[in-house]
Design a protein around this ligand. Structure first.
Ligand code: BES
Ligand code: ZN
Length: 455
């Protein structure tokens, strides 16, 4: 055991250099101009897993490949751990907002800045290095390990559900371990009790055949931007609740135990407000900030486009407008039901003479952990040993849609243990991961694999 940790400590500067190499590959899954880079990242990762001692295959999907690594020498009586992560990243734009270029990792004040450092290449790579350390010099683990890394998480994992269905037997595991989230705070590790689900739409609004002179036509022809603004304004009540009829019908109120657990966390709402730089916070009355983020559903405009936005003034009545809009969901809401309710709402609020087209881009169910049991205990012990304190249980506002599908298809519980920190700038400029967490996380994961095999 201590051999693995000694190895990890001895090799730490090489681990860091390799992490940088991984982060330099711009594996942006959303953009086809990066398809070759994304493929390169898969091959690079496969090579790393092979060197760590796993048998590795790259399996093609309709878009970006899945990397599958297997180490099964613990034997058929030992538990099997499925490690899931993603090697794709979000686009890095706007580039000019980055202090150092997104694909040229740099350390400042102990933080590794690069796209993917936190979400999720840095965290996935911690598993790779933990496995390398644990299996170095002929050492064995008490668990079998299967690593599944996908390249489509940031585009909604379109190939992964069919992939998991198809390879159900090969992926069969006793527990699924995922590091793609954050700790609760610096020096305070956490395990997740929930993730929100997601229903993401593009809404296109159109009025006329073509753009028109705003003087010659304005006043008589409907304006799509104004119509869209009306639609968007109709989605929330003045008090912050969502105004779509039936939206809350499927929400199962969380138990008092969970709310108590949330209240017990060391969280300062004022400090949070200050850190995001907002003058005031918003949301549903009757719920704390953490509850609004974790256990309440939301509706957010993610993007908005209409008319002339270039330099100077152009007098134009646009013909169309569009928005990208998402709902974060909580148990037992489903993306399909939310779509139906949203469609009915749109039919009610769209002004006359305005056409709408609704396209669903992503969907994912919310996840609620089965708490208790020896896997959670094993993770607590491992995190305690690496960080010097037992983890807290926390919820998460973001989504990892495949988690629910793993539990359903493989019938194994998921264990979500993240090592990024709040404010890591996932999906934003200046994404970062503390170097200390990269290193301590590797220790925690080595210990976790050990503990998961201890009856
Ligand atoms: N790593 C995130 C999930 C996450 C976000 C965990 C914030 C902890 C804090 C994941 O890669 C992600 O961004 N998921 C998307 C889902 C989508 C693209 C289907 C999300 O939540 O927007
Ligand atoms: Zn992620």
């Amino acid at each position: 055991m201590s051999d693995a940790l000694t190895y990890a400590a001895r090799e730490s500067s090489r681990f860091r250099e390799e992490l940088f190499e991984f982060l330099r590959i711009p594996s942006v899954s959303a953009k086809s101009e990066h398809d070759a880079d994304t493929r390169h990242a898969a091959e690079w990762l496969a090579d790393q897993l092979r060197r760590a001692g796993l048998a590795v295959e790259i399996l093609q999907t309709a878009r970006h490949p899945v990397v599958l690594g297997e180490w099964r020498e613990a034997g058929s009586d030992a538990p099997t751990v499925l490690v899931y992560g993603h090697y794709d990243v979000q686009p890095a734009e706007p580039f000019e907002e980055w202090t150092s270029p997104p694909f040229e990792p740099e350390i400042r004040e102990g933080k590794v800045f690069a796209r993917g450092s936190a979400d999720d290449k840095g965290q996935l790579f911690m598993h790779v290095k933990a496995l390398e350390a644990a299996l170095a010099e002929g050492s064995l683990l008490p668990v079998n390990v299967v690593v599944l890394a996908e390249g489509e998480e940031e585009i909604g994992s379109p190939s992964l559900v069919p992939f998991v269905e198809q390879h159900r037997d090969r992926l069969r595991a006793d527990v699924v371990v995922i590091s793609d989230s954050t700790m609760f705070a610096e020096n305070l590790p956490s395990l997740l009790f929930s993730l929100r689900g997601l229903a993401y739409f593009e809404l296109r609004v159109s009025t006329a055949k073509t753009d028109l002179h705003s003087g010659a036509y304005g006043g008589a022809v409907p304006n799509p931007a104004t119509a869209l603004a009306r639609v968007l304004a109709s989605l929330h009540c003045a008090d912050g609740r969502i105004a779509i009829e039936g939206f809350y019908d499927d929400v199962v109120e969380w138990d008092e135990r969970t709310r108590e657990r949330i209240r017990g966390l060391p969280f300062d709402e004022e400090k949070f407000r200050d850190e995001v730089g907002a003058a005031a916070l918003t949301g549903e009355p009757g719920w704390s900030v953490l509850e609004r983020l974790w256990i309440r559903p939301t509706c957010e405009v993610n993007g908005l486009l209409a008319g002339y936005t270039g330099e100077g003034a152009k007098t134009v009545l646009p013909a169309k407008a569009m928005t990208k809009l998402s709902f974060r969901l909580v148990p037992d809401q489903t993306p399909d039901r939310i779509r139906e309710l949203f469609e009915v709402h749109l039919a009610k609020v769209t002004p006359p003479g305005v056409d709408t087209e609704l396209i669903q881009l992503h969907g994912g169910l919310p996840w609620k952990a089965e708490l208790g049991g020896r896997f959670l205990e094993a993770a607590s012990t491992a995190l305690d040993e690496a960080f010097g304190t037992r983890p807290v249980l926390q919820g998460e506002g973001g989504s990892i849609p495949i988690v629910v599908e793993f539990e359903r298809i493989l019938n194994a519980p998921a264990l979500l243990v993240g090592f990024a920190l709040p404010g890591a700038n996932m999906h934003a400029p200046d994404e970062w991961l503390p170097l200390a967490n990269f290193e301590r996380g590797i220790v925690a994961l080595v210990r976790l694999y050990q503990e998961l095999g201890t009856p």
